[in-house]
Design a protein around this ligand. Structure first.
Ligand code: AGP
Length: 557
């Protein structure tokens, strides 16, 4: 009888996990262990009571907001550090804790050893880590599912992978496993006593059920068609009074803010402005009553965004943060806000954090809209669409090879034009920025309606256009823009909705994205543009993660 505990959220996982282990210690105390993921993975194990591990963890002070821990009652193998959980695969990327017994572990171990896997322990548990490694093709959830199909016996498991800092997979057969969610964090444990203080919502996992506990899922309240954003609860009354929203940010976060303007205006009655933080900070601010200023920043440290925020605060506005890095300066200097929980973004170019910003801005708009006159039906429709987004993004990522072929065809272009309308206009800007910053190809993002006011003069066979044209309310208008470009012998790549055959005759090349609600489509259309820039960069021999002259966090003006 062992105890497992898992945590993903915004607090430092070490404290939550050690506290959870202490509550589970009655289940076994031969040895214990903990794994916490951050830019580096932390693993510590200790023989004896949880207190021994606790001392080591306090000394090491590992950082990270996602982790798993285990207290062991030995069944297979002595109580040693090698036999203590978490166990790992050969690559060292997978971490797993287990409560239960894998009955066919000897046969599985023999088979895995013959296939070249190296085992570090005498436990039955370790085979699970290697089975998952074998089945892993980029999707941790399906790898765990495939691995568990080969297993006889009982289990409650929690699994981490260093490539999925925003995800814990939990599964159960025969061994009790409880999930708890609340305040933008999720927990799992083999006993409710490890969760009770921290959550008002507890779910008992049934046999053969699996849960993937990422932070955004707990934010969708389907029964009321609204988003649940714990970080905004303390300012709920002031948000009800809000009449004006000003979004301030830089770079990609600014483009996310432009999207935020469209979506908040559509779902609420607020007036919305989106401003470059570097300009906003030097304007004479005549803020009206009931103005909310939202700062968007991946790093939470951008100097201009921070200065704009401080100025708005000084002038009496309610200031909020939408940031990715937990505990960053913007997070600390705002009385309320929302974390994007995109996980650590290592590359300089904003990619997954941009996608998460669009997602959270939609949730914020939904929250503001539902406390005004947005109907439950409209809210639920958006939530149902949001739930499909992860799988739809996976479908787009599966087209990576086709997009690489397109990049091969176009990566020698010296200039590129990106066009979109309404919700797709910020996507055009972001796609062009990606191509500039990582592939060093000059690219202009334009609102398609502006073509005739100047940029169409540039069009010739050497100047291709990326047109973002899903089948939404602006579709016919942007098709006309494409026709105008083709009439001037311009080459066009169209990003459109799957099943739209009409563009195949008009555009030179077409990239298809799954159909979604008009408001949510930018979360999808930006992904092929990120892939296109990535492949162009690789083909041109650029350093994708560390593009020249740039820094991940711009902490000077
Ligand atoms: C995007 O790919 C950039 N590297 C850059 O434009 C970035 O979005 C900008 O510097 C703002 O950073 P922040 O989100 O951390 O505030």
């Amino acid at each position: 009888m062992c105890g497992i505990v898992a945590y993903i959220g915004h607090q430092q996982a070490r404290e939550v996990l050690v506290e959870g282990l202490k509550r589970l210690e009655y289940r076994g105390y031969d040895s214990s262990g903990i794994a916490i993921l951050d830019s580096k993975a932390y693993l510590a194990k200790a023989v004896g009571k949880v207190g021994v591990l606790e001392k080591r963890v306090w000394k090491d002070q590992p950082r990270g907001v996602v982790g798993i821990a285990h207290t062991r009652w030995a069944t297979h193998g002595k109580p040693t550090e090698a036999n203590a959980h978490p166990h790992q695969d050969c690559s060292g990327k997978i971490f797993l804790v287990h409560n239960g017994i894998i009955e066919n572990y000897q046969a599985l171990k023999k088979h895995l050893t013959a296939a070249g896997h190296k085992f570090q322990s005498e436990t039955d548990t370790e085979v699970l880590a290697h089975l998952i490694e074998n089945a892993y093709r980029g999707d941790l959830g399906s790898a765990v599912q495939k691995a568990l199909l080969q297993v006889q016996g009982t289990y409650g498991i929690a699994v981490l992978h260093t490539a999925h800092l925003d995800q814990i997979i939990v599964a159960r057969r025969g061994s009790p496993t409880v999930l708890g969610a609340g305040n933008n964090e999720s927990r799992a444990a083999s006993d409710v006593s490890a969760l009770a203080q921290h959550t008002d919502r507890v779910v008992y996992l049934e046999d053969n059920e699996m849960a993937s506990e990422n932070a955004s899922r707990g934010r969708l309240n389907h029964s009321e068609g609204v988003a649940k954003l714990g970080g905004l609860e303390s300012v709920h009354d002031r948000l009800l009074q809000a009449r004006h929203l000003i979004i301030v940010s830089c770079g990609s976060s600014y483009y996310a803010g432009l999207f935020g303007r469209y979506v908040v205006e559509t779902l609420t009655d607020l007036t919305v402005e989106t401003e470059l933080a570097s300009e906003f900070r030097y304007r004479k601010l005549n803020l009206r009553q009931n103005t909310v200023v939202l700062a968007i920043s991946q790093s939470g440290e951008t100097a201009d965004t921070l200065a704009a925020l401080r100025e708005a605060k000084r002038k009496g506005a309610l200031v909020l943060g939408l940031v990715n890095v937990v505990g960053s300066t913007i997070a600390r200097e705002t009385p309320a806000g929302v974390y994007t929980h995109a996980g650590i973004e290592v590359g300089v170019a904003s990619t997954k954090s941009f996608v998460s910003q669009l997602t959270i801005l939609t949730l914020i708009a939904l929250l503001l809209g539902r406390s005004r006159d947005l109907s439950i039906e409209e809210g639920s429709l958006l939530l149902r669409g949001l739930e499909k987004i992860p799988d739809q993004i996976r479908e787009i990522l599966a087209q990576s090879d086709d997009i690489r072929k397109l990049a091969q065809k176009y990566c020698d272009a010296r200039h590129f034009l990106y066009i979109g309308r309404k919700y797709q206009y910020p996507v055009a800007l972001e796609g062009a920025l990606k191509l500039k910053e990582i592939a060093y190809i000059h690219a202009e993002g334009y609102a398609a309606g502006e073509m005739k006011h100047g940029p169409i003069a540039l069009i010739d066979p050497s100047f291709p256009t990326m047109a973002i044209v899903p089948e939404d309310g602006s579709y016919e208008k942007i098709v006309s823009n494409i026709q105008e470009i083709r009439a001037r012998e311009g080459r066009v790549i169209a990003v459109t909705s799957v099943g739209n055959k009409k563009l195949e005759n008009l555009a030179d090349d077409v990239i298809f994205v799954p159909k979604s609600h008009e408001i949510l489509t930018p979360i999808l259309t930006v992904v092929p543009l990120q892939l296109f820039a990535y492949h162009c960069a690789v083909l041109r021999g650029c350093d994708v993660d560390k593009p020249r002259n740039l820094a991940k966090s711009v902490t000077v003006e």
